[in-house]
Design a protein around this ligand. Sequence first.
Ligand SMILES: Cc1cc2nc3c(=O)[nH]c(=O)nc-3n(C[C@H](O)[C@H](O)[C@H](O)COP(=O)(O)OP(=O)(O)OC[C@H]3O[C@@H](n4cnc5c(N)ncnc54)[C@H](O)[C@@H]3O)c2cc1C
Length: 308
Amino acid sequence: MTKHDVVIIGAGPAGLAAAIYTGRARLNTVVLEKGLPGGQILITDWVENYPGFPDGIAPFDLIESFRKQVLKFGAVLASDAAKSIRPDGGGPDWIVQTVKAEYGARAVIVATGAQYRRLGLPNEGRLIGRGVSYCATCDGAFFRDREIAVVGGGDTALMEAHYLTNFASTVHIIHRRDRFRGTKILQERLFDCPKVKIHWDTVVEEIGGAENLESIALRNVKTQERITLPVEGLFVSIGMNPTNEAVKGLVETNDWGEIVVDTRMATNRPGIYAAGDVVCSTPHQVATAVGTGVHAAMSAGQYLSGYK
Ligand SMILES: Cc1cc2nc3c(=O)[nH]c(=O)nc-3n(C[C@H](O)[C@H](O)[C@H](O)COP(=O)(O)OP(=O)(O)OC[C@H]3O[C@@H](n4cnc5c(N)ncnc54)[C@H](O)[C@@H]3O)c2cc1C
């Protein structure tokens, strides 16, 4: 078994940013990635809101720069999936069990990200970045003066819908029930906004479009009436699933399965830190994933400097 100062699980923006810092701090670091380095952001084709790139940047180019910087400072990228973490004997160390091997770690940073819940409809995946989106902050500005729809009824959906009224000509809110779950004040803002049209008791049944999203077909679940809306944007806001399988039962998670961390990105287990979309109370953005990754790395470094 190889022993490392830091094992980072996940090579999305959070894990790569953490590896730049731990590598540069001369901590022997390995980053485990079960897919391609880069994480969720690779699903889209343009990032406009990452600081430092006023004209935007292709996610692949952004991630490639991160990757080069990781390698420059000596961290190793390993193509492997973490399955679980267990204590190494009685000591403070940890063993990360992967599909291929075991990695000894004095500190672990969990940066396994999250996945947006999808509607599960044909064309949905194909039209991501071509009208279908899961993040108003990321993509709202692409829809100036366009007709768009938001699916969902919780706080996030209502906030996203309200934010989108800054850009879109019309925001349809599609909700499968006859009332929203989200906070009353958010509801009132939407009820008062002339740009917003609410479709109660309604589900999306079809997503249409060849190159880009062109329309969605809706069905009222009470009357069975069907209509088609000619929308160019569809924001699906029905929640996220944090990728927490490798640490399930080991570290504290909240009701949504997000890892609970303190202000230093520390979990309730000594030497185990977490960063990015997998942790509680973090905006799901590349910049914040990077920020929390850096914070976790610096906290792990401080922890290891006092390590016996
Ligand atoms: C379509 C889309 C568009 C977006 N657009 C923007 C945008 O314009 N601007 C913006 O700021 N943000 C955007 N985001 C959000 C942004 O991508 C995320 O907030 C960010 O990627 C989170 O980074 P992360 O490192 O925490 O997690 P992730 O990006 O999810 O990366 C986690 C990594 O961990 C790996 N992993 C998971 N489990 C394991 C395991 N057990 N073992 C090994 N590896 C594992 C995964 O394969 C993945 O590579 C967008 C997201 C999506 C889906």
